[in-house]
Design a binder for this molecule. Sequence first.
Ligand code: DGJ
Length: 687
Amino acid sequence: MTSYPRWTLRTEHSSYTVRLSPDGPWAELDAWGPLGVEDGPSALDWSRRTHFVTPADAAPAEYLPYGLRPFTGSELIAARPGQDRGVWWDFDGAEEGEGSLRLTFTDDVLGLRTVLCYETVPGTDVILRWTELTSTEELRLERLDSAAVNIPVTGTARLTYLTGQWSQEFQRTQLDLTRGTFTMGSLQGAPGHGYAPWLAVQDGVAEAAYGIALEWPGNWHMTAEAEPGGSVRVRAGRVPHEGVVHLTPGETLSTPRLACAFSPDGLDGLSRVWHRYERHLTGERLHRPRKVLYNSWEATGFDVDAAGQLELAKLAADIGAELFVVDDGWFTGRGDDTGGLGDWYPDPAAFPQGFGPFVEDIRALGLDFGLWVEPEAVSPASRLYAEHPEWVYRIEGRPARLVRNQLLLDLGRTDVQDFVIGTLDRLLGAYDISYVKWDMNRPPTERGRPGDGPVDLDAEHVAGYLRVLDHLRATHPDVTVEGCAGGGARIEHATLARTDVVWPSDNTAPLDRLSIQHGFLHAHAPHVMSSWVTDAPGIFDPRPRSLAFRFVNAICGVLGIGADLRAWTPEERAEAAGWIARYKKVRDVVHRGDARLLGTPHDSTCGVQYDLGDRTVVAALGTGRLDGAPLVPGRPDRLRLRGMDPTAHYRDTATGTTYSGSHLLHYGLPFRWSAGHDAGLVVLIRQ
Ligand code: DGJ
């Protein structure tokens, strides 16, 4: 066996081996899979019998520029201004650290130094990959991907991804890719509602699953190509939508990080790898219990005033809510969505006794207080816009397009960032606020910054957004931050690392939500999944579900209430209080345990199992697929659990029934659904 330099990165249960190619100056994948998978000849080795392409085109290359890889997709396209495109480089050395690797390639003609960076994440099965570009010359970058990921495939590759639109995010979607190219992404200056920056690849035969997720709250793409030699090569990274990105001499540009995950246990196992990684991103904040929220948006809309909000807050406190959030509509000029954004001062007409006393009244009910803001937005009718028309994105001489009647601030500008930081500091300093919901309701359209020449606006906006979030975290460490963008349009690892929860979708109708959450939990952890019980009927699926269903569904993540409690009967409020009390008893298991997705929303029963220590919590939802009637009359539906010890016994804390692990694995938990009973929350204790 010929030996070439090889480097292996090891995570908890996986290893990733890169080698220098025998065929040319590039790094290529040697092996990626369970620990030890690298011991043996590389499964990606190939015959080298190709014709009409170069060896680089056929190689499982980790990162190649256009120039070296001319035909089959490259990760980097660069040129000096006015000159031909293309990079041809040589290997310039490797630096290996504890769980890290840096491979350097240099193109002396362009003065470009490219470093492929790898880092393992302790306690997870995730490897982070990104690329650093430094040049002695000014360069135009037309493509600047983060990494390429090679997955050997036997038979047809199965891609799983999360698709949607506003109010229908995170639909789990699958595609069998025999040959050809699959691309998804966003040009909306945010990940967008259309596709999550997350992809899973499995081969047609083995159970193992490989996943990637891009840490970038701006424009992005992921492109998977099924190659003739039996592998799928995925390229992922930023998209320079506003034109090329200019690399100035001496500057080092770091691409966004691409998190790469492996699980031998299919999509279900892969979801747990991602959950663990997101618990790592949350860090110490994971141990702060996520409080039961009441948010008044669905109850009062823009019709916000002190009396109405207090009435809702009292009802919310009575049923056990711990936090009251006033959503959109609390500030001056915000009677509807045509005005107010940018003028972040409480409306004195809505809070005649003052906003401070109102917040104190809420807190006197034993509730924390939270506030909605949309820091990047500005209404054309606002005072802010009158004072700073130059702060919005615009193209000189072109009309500014309104989306939801608003414009977007150029958050890449330091003065705009300082304004946003000042606004948040002022509000958090003036009032006893322990929760901030950061919303964003329009993408950039005419994205320009007059007079400033070519600027990387997408990256600057991202940097501004992250700077403000970092400030919020550092200056107000006890404040809980919710990330939102018209529902789930900005959910990725950079946001998740700086927030506590995110809002997956504006759609809170029970069966629609079930499907959204099922997809969401493939990529994201339960402790970040904000979920409300509301009165909303289904937008896409009008079948009614019980109050219990709405609660159990919301308990699958971070429970909140968004219903108009004024319209609820005393019986409904009592039932709600019961569910909230039960949630408080199990939330540590839901947020910190191992989660397993059981069934799908297309099955008669769909659920999630959470395991922590000796406790197992099962949230089971009867979807009504069988209209409440079991397939075999008299026999209940069953939800098979996973990961139980077959030899152990588990007691249902509500009924006292004891099951063997073997029974739970083989037959499952029974659920006897009926028209009035369509959800259950089971707590099992290992005996
Ligand atoms: C969109 C968000 O997703 C909703 O939850 C709500 O905050 C509205 N914006 C308010 O305008």
